[in-house]
Every structure is written in structure tokens, then in C-alpha cells.
Ligand binder design. Structure first.
Ligand code: TXA
Ligand code: MG
Length: 332
């Protein structure tokens, strides 16, 4: 299958492919998503196939606006309404009970809930609005790989497997949306993102944090995707928590790569480096691209990546980085 690239004036063509039950990747403010008509079970099954995704891992339901969500959500509790008013469209996904028989089980993984997301990207809003139905929206990467933040990343992973990609340039945030479970009280933050627990609590009061790192292999996790290997490039990732520790690493070793802020990279002369920019926010924006960069360099065996403690997006950044490193930290 030829994978076409669609620009801002070619949205209608992309819609035709969705109507025909084919897959179209789309930009959002977080990462690129892989879209299929969420009401078409056959089309949605192709998403699992293209990504190589385990079939018990449900998909986000991406809507053009709140009114579209209301057709599929069983009810919209007050706290959901408050979060929608505060943060939609934007990088926040909300888990609600789903109206029976409105979405195929292949979308929800047979759960009574669905994860609803209303991304801020204008091209994607047009895509969904013209289709007139929600589209599923897992990240548009091969399962286990870092999420895609450019159309090129999507093309690299899914070329020949999907009908097309709507090219919206590089995504702004670079890490996936915050997910909040509103089917329980207090609400549970299932995945950290740019919108922080404090920002959620400021709107709806108390929330609890799902403990992301302690889901055993046999346990059924709250957000099913948590139990899988994630964000893993080919090389071993090692998190470096203290900037001073970079001095202990031998960067003359050609199998070693460095991913850190520009100010850190300036101190060590290595050809195998990828700059995270100037701040934690630019680090979040660049992390997945950095991890993908060294996949094309088979000589690289270890990637040392700078960790962060301070900064609003630091918990979301560390959540992704810890998974990509399978918990491996330097000198701890
Ligand atoms: O920013 C984002 O959310 C991106 C963009 C493309 O919208 N999408 C994304 O999708 O990150 P994905 O599939 O890579 O991650 C969604 C997570 C998965 O861990 C999945 O298990 C969980 O949401 N999820 C989806 N539906 C769920 C449900 N009904 N109950 C619990 N978890 C659910
Ligand atoms: Mg994903």
C-alpha cells in the first residue's frame, strides 16, 4: 500500500480514506495519532495490526468537540464538565463510562469505559468533523517504540501499512496527554502529562495518582497500556540523574551516545550526541526524537539520557524516560 502525505489543503482526501475504512495518521499537540473510524470495527482492527499492538490494550476515542463525545459517553459528571471547560481542546484525556453498544468492543477492549480526547490541532479537528464520527487515536508508532513527534517518524514506522499521514509539522509538547479516570471518586491520574495533578486538582479537587511503576505482570492495570514494554529504542537507555555524573562516562567509546541539555553537551566532546535544548520543556519536546535518532546508528549500544527533578513537565518526562530505560539509572 502506498502511504500518502496530506497537507492542510488535502484534508478531504484523507477523510475519504477514513470513510473507506482505511488508516490515516494525524497530528496533535502531543504526539501523532493513528486514526480509523471508531465506529467501524473492521477499520479499528487494522490499527492493532499496523502497530503490532496487543489486542487487550484499548484505544483513545478522539473527538472534534464535546458534543461529539456526548453521543458516546453514558453521562458527563460535573467534574468531567469542569475539566472539559478548563482544558479542552488540549492535552487531556478523560475516562468516562461509555453508552452501551455505541462503540465496538475492539475500541474499548471490552471495558465499560472509554478514554475521550479532544486535541487542539486544527487539521485534526477538521478531519474528524468532516468524517462526522470519532476516530481512534493511539500513538502512531510501532508498538514498543517511542511515540512519533513528526510525520517522518510515522512514515518510518508505518510506511506501506497505512493509507496516509496528515502532516502538521513537529508536535508542540512531545509527550502524550494526561489521562484522568473520572469513573471513580476521587479521580485518578492514570498517566502524567503536561497538565499536572495540581492543575487538575485546582479544577476538580482531590485526585490520586495511579502508581505507574508497580503493575505486576499478572495484575490487571488500570490503564492497560501500562503493562507493556514502552518507548524502547534499539540501544540500552540509561538515565543520568545528576549532571556531575556525566563526567564519569567515557564518551570516547564509539558505542556510547549522549542525550542532554545543550549546556551539558557543550562540556563533553562526543560525535554521538543529541541536544534536548535549553529547558525541561524543550527536553520533553525532543525526547522521543532523540531516542529514535540513534536507532539508525547500529554501532550505538548505550544511550545516556539526562534526568530532571524540577519543572512542571518533569514527572511526565521521567515517566516516559524510566520506561524507555526499563528502570536503569546510572550509579544507583
Ligand atoms: O496524547 C495522546 O494521548 C496520544 C495522541 C495521539 O492523542 N495518544 C496516545 O494513545 O497516547 P496511546 O494508545 O498510545 O495511549 C493511550 C493509553 C493506553 O495506555 C491505553 O491503555 C489507555 O490509554 N486507555 C485507552 N482506553 C482506555 C480505557 N477505556 N481504560 C483505561 N485505559 C485506557
Ligand atoms: Mg502509545
Amino acid at each position: 500500500m502506498e502511504t500518502k502525505i496530506f497537507n492542510s489543503n488535502e484534508i478531504e482526501q484523507a477523510v475519504k480514506h477514513l470513510e473507506a475504512g482505511e488508516l490515516i495518521a494525524f497530528p496533535t499537540e502531543t504526539v501523532y495519532g493513528l486514526g480509523a473510524d471508531a465506529t467501524n470495527a473492521v477499520a479499528v482492527a487494522k490499527v492493532y495490526e499496523a502497530k503490532g499492538r496487543p489486542s487487550d490494550n484499548p484505544l483513545i476515542v478522539t473527538v472534534a468537540d464535546e458534543a461529539m463525545m456526548a453521543q458516546y459517553a453514558l453521562e458527563i459528571p460535573l467534574k468531567a464538565q469542569q475539566l472539559i471547560d478548563a482544558y479542552w481542546p488540549g492535552p487531556l484525556t478523560i475516562l468516562l463510562n461509555v453508552k452501551p453498544n455505541t462503540l465496538p468492543t475492539v475500541v474499548t477492549g471490552g471495558l465499560k469505559t472509554a478514554a475521550f480526547r479532544n486535541p487542539a490541532d486544527e487539521l485534526t479537528r477538521q478531519l474528524i468533523e468532516k468524517l462526522g464520527r470519532p476516530i481512534v487515536g493511539p500513538s502512531a508508532n510501532t508498538s514498543t517504540k517511542p511515540s512519533p513527534t513528526t510525520a517522518n517518524h510515522v512514515y518510518h514506522d508505518l510506511r506501506g501499512k497505512i493509507a496516509g499521514i496528515v502532516d502538521g509539522g513537529t508536535t508542540e509538547i512531545g509527550l502524550e496527554s494526561t489521562i484522568v479516570d473520572l469513573t471513580v471518586d476521587p479521580a485518578v491520574i492514570l498517566r502524567p502529562g503536561q497538565i499536572t495533578p495540581a492543575e487538575i486538582s485546582a479544577v476538580i479537587g482531590e485526585t490520586t495518582d495511579y502508581n505507574h511503576n508497580q503493575v505486576g505482570a499478572k495484575e490487571v492495570p488500570k490503564a492497560p497500556g501500562m503493562k507493556y514494554r514502552h518507548y524502547a529504542p534499539k540501544a540500552q537507555v540509561v538515565v543520568v540523574d545528576r549532571v556531575a555524573d556525566f563526567a564519569q562516562i567515557d564518551f570516547t567509546d564509539p558505542t556510547v551516545a549522549l542525550v542532554a541539555l545543550a549546556e551539558v553537551i557543550a562540556k563533553y566532546s562526543t560525535p554521538n550526541s543529541f541536544s534536548l535544548g535549553e529547558s525541561v520543556a524543550t527536553a520533553a519536546h525532543n525526547l522521543f526524537a532523540a531516542l529514535r535518532f540513534f536507532d539508525d546508528q547500529p554501532n550505538i549500544k548505550t544511550i545516556y539520557v539526562q534526568g530532571f527533578k524540577a519543572g512542571e513537565i518533569a514527572p511526565a518526562y521521567m515517566n516516559r524516560l524510566n520506561k524507555s530505560a526499563a528502570g536503569k539509572h546510572f550509579n544507583v
